[in-house]
Design a protein around this ligand. Sequence first.
Ligand SMILES: Nc1ncnc2c1ncn2[C@@H]1O[C@H](COP(=O)(O)OP(=O)(O)OP(=O)(O)O)[C@@H](O)[C@H]1O
Length: 257
Amino acid sequence: MEEIVLETQNLTVYYDGRPAIEGISMKIPRRRITAIIGPSGCGKSTLLRCFNRMNDLIPSARVTGRVLFEGLDLYSSDVDVVEVRRRIGMVFQKPNPFPKSIYENVAFGPRIQGIRDRRKLDEIVERCLRAAALWDEVKDKLHQNALTLSGGQQQRLCIARALATEPEVLLMDEPASALDPIATMKIEDLMRELAREYTIVIVTHNMQQAARVSDYTAFMLAGEDRVGRLIEFGPTQQIFTRPRDRRTEDYITGRFG
Ligand SMILES: Nc1ncnc2c1ncn2[C@@H]1O[C@H](COP(=O)(O)OP(=O)(O)OP(=O)(O)O)[C@@H](O)[C@H]1O
């Protein structure tokens, strides 16, 4: 049996009072990669954003049901949202490094946490850049502006930045969709490496990518009412070879979406 880190129970998210996703109940196992797939608009990003309360930043969004993180209800009123986002980091579709040096991008979170000691910061920066498989490429230019890096390097820097606050979970929303195939392959290799230590939840449009990197797959679909629902969740191998639901099969065989 897998150890569960995150769990949604009957989760519904509304924008302006209209449900975008409804009744989602699923469990995310620790140190595994879980992929969320489904056609455009079915609510993949909306679901992902619930896992670290990013929907709080959207004024029209309202959430009902529960999201449990190690048994703690993330939406209960006494939860420290800053701490939640430290423990559950996020990487976005478009690499978004700060217009600062490579070093400062990674040191940013630890500095905010109050770490000032230069040696300690040096150590964190090196450890995170190594973990993000970027160290060898940047070790001689740590004080160069991060925006001078290639797109793929910028994305790995964003992953290093996310790792610097010592999260347990990494949420990735289409992390490779703006990258070329080689940079994409590097990110996928990196994800497999990171899954030894971290729990990863990835939203992807790319079914081959989900099949290649993930251990578990969640398939979502919006019905005629345009409300997204979880159709099937299971081990990736099973979802891609023996889906239980006809709609999953239609999607993965390319009959729609
Ligand atoms: N900030 C918002 N305000 C209002 N509606 C929104 C907002 N964000 C998303 N939606 C709506 O919620 C639904 C789900 O959107 P979401 O972006 O979560 O889907 P998705 O599956 O991630 O799509 P894509 O694959 O195209 O990124 C869509 O109908 C979308 O228009």
